[in-house]
Design a protein around this ligand. Structure first.
Ligand SMILES: Nc1ncnc2c1ncn2[C@@H]1O[C@H](COP(=O)(O)OP(=O)(O)O)[C@@H](O)[C@H]1O
Ligand SMILES: [Mg+2]
Length: 287
């Protein structure tokens, strides 16, 4: 009798990466800082990570030491279909952490794609092709990523919709300040819309509270309010306000390379292990 299993191809199929989008339409809440430093922390723990910079400002690219001259091929070219995502990938100073950089060109993307039927799926399709065996660039750059982190612009525009359509889950940075919850329901509504139209698998991975200031009573109040409102979706790990975190990008370094011992670096390492734990729980067969 034929054993069906033995007829299966023996080469292991590439595993699709987990795709997490860092989204919040407010600026200055810690999306980019979290993309850089969570990416670095995941890579430090042994994951292979690709950061996709989708903000025309390009702060994630700059913060990871990619100067403007090195960005001849960018995420703009990927989304317009000129190049594959593989071709836009650059190495960083962190082992196992790569980036697809952005340029200001991205700010014109929405108008350029307006009449294209697949305009919301440009990034999803580019990521799907990333691990295909027949991708000729695989020969040169054959990393199989376990995580893709997408740094979104501060807006709920077509670029962010592309990120949400491509993602398995959304990670929402919230700054510990008075208006933290303002805008969150709008963001959740957008996630819901994307889930019902473009990406039925989409979920909220978690809310990460950033720039917590222990000397400020308001920070503690915000943590309480957000936990009340969002419950278990809020990660245990809270990222403290830490001057080392804000200094690091001017050296083109993640804070974990700039000062591994500082409280900011330690918090991002804890966040990375918490995220990996949540991932394991999601994948474990239901008891
Ligand atoms: N934990 C932190 N401690 C101190 N400064 C921070 C921290 N997180 C972010 N910042 C600073 O706050 C500003 C906004 O952060 P950023 O990550 O660029 O936000 P976003 O990408 O949401 O616009 C940046 O100047 C950044 O260096
Ligand atoms: Mg940003």
């Amino acid at each position: 009798m034929t054993d069906e299993v033995s007829l299966a191809p023996t080469a292991p199929r590439p595993v699709a990466p987990r795709v997490l989008a860092l989204a919040n339409q407010k600026g200055g809440v810690g999306k980019t800082t979290t993309a850089i430093n969570l990416g670095t922390a995941l890579a430090a723990i042994g994951e292979s990570v690709l950061v996709v910079d989708l903000d025309p400002q390009g702060n994630a690219s700059t913060g990871l030491g990619i100067d403007r001259r090195s960005r001849r091929v960018s995420t703009y070219d990927v989304l317009t279909g000129e190049v594959s995502l593989r071709e836009a990938i650059l190495e960083t100073a962190v082992p196992r952490l790569h980036i697809a950089a952005s340029t200001m060109d991205l700010s014109g993307l929405e108008l350029e794609l307006a009449s294209q039927r697949d305009r919301a799926y440009r990034l999803r399709d580019a990521i799907r092709r990333l691990n295909l065996r027949d991708d000729s660039f695989q020969v040169r750059n054959n990393v199989e990523y376990s995580y893709v982190l997408i740094d979104c612009p501060p807006s709920l525009n077509l670029i962010t919709v592309n990120a949400m359509a491509a993602a398995n889950a959304i990670l929402v940075p919230l700054q510990c300040e008075f208006f933290a919850l303002e805008g969150l329901s709008q963001l959740l509504k957008t996630v819901e819309q994307v889930r019902s139209t473009l990406n039925p698998e989409l979920s909220i991975h978690g809310i990460v509270l950033t720039m917590y200031d222990a000397r400020n009573n308001l920070s503690a109040q915000v943590v309480e309010d957000v936990r009340q409102f969002m419950g278990e979706k809020v990660y245990e790990t809270i990222i403290p306000r830490n001057v080392r975190v804000s200094e690091a990008p001017s050296y083109g370094k993640p804070v974990l390379l700039y000062d591994l011992k500082c409280v900011g670096s330690q918090a991002y390492l804890r966040l990375a292990s918490e995220i990996i734990q949540r991932e394991r729980a999601l994948r474990a067969p239901a008891a």
